[in-house]
Design a protein around this ligand. Structure first.
Ligand code: IDP
Ligand code: MG
Length: 152
């Protein structure tokens, strides 16, 4: 099973979207392994957005993600990294299809409500950045039979 890191950014909290967003992952059959509220430090922002620190919009991004709490979650499921990115939609929410999280809840690139890891390798690094092993829980869904066949 794949695991991926999701951040529900400060705009998701300010706009009261947490329940609506989390329910999308529950509805899809993904399992939440860990979930917490945190406030990013400037150092953590520079690590997490290392690929963007030289961009002109980075100062606004750092201010936005560090001045208010956010939610971090690890979810697990079949092809979780790729399927979650599909559910999240493209970075520029103005171009995100209806039905995706960004398509339904944002019309912006800089305030696009959610982060999701972009590859399995990134996911493993990002999960370690936000969670200790002890913060993650392994359990079985009792209705797994109704989510997919045993050979899927
Ligand atoms: P992603 O979140 O879809 O993986 P990345 O390119 O990794 O997209 O960018 C990380 C975050 O940086 C975006 O979600 C967005 O908040 C911000 N960002 C990326 N590109 C821009 C931009 O061109 N203008 C403003 N903010 C941006
Ligand atoms: Mg990214």
């Amino acid at each position: 099973m794949d695991r991926t890191l999701i951040l529900l950014k400060p705009d998701a909290i300010q706009r009261g979207l947490l329940g609506s967003i989390i329910s999308k992952f529950e509805n899809k059959g993904f399992k939440i392994m860990g979930l917490k509220m945190l406030q990013m430090s400037k150092d953590l922002s520079k690590q997490h957005y290392a690929h963007l620190v030289d961009k002109p919009f980075y100062p606004d991004l750092e201010k936005f993600v560090t001045e208010h709490p956010m939610i971090a979650m690890v979810i697990e499921g079949k092809d979780a990294v790729d399927v979650v990115r599909l559910i999240v939609g493209p970075t520029n929410a103005s171009k995100a299809p209806a039905g995706t999280i960004r398509g339904d809840f944002s019309n912006s690139t800089s305030r696009n409500v959610i982060h999701a890891s972009d590859s399995k390798e990134t996911a493993e690094k990002e999960i370690k950045r936000f969670f200790k092993d002890n913060d993650l829980f392994k359990y079985e869904f009792r209705n797994g039979y109704y989510l997919r066949a045993s050979d899927e």
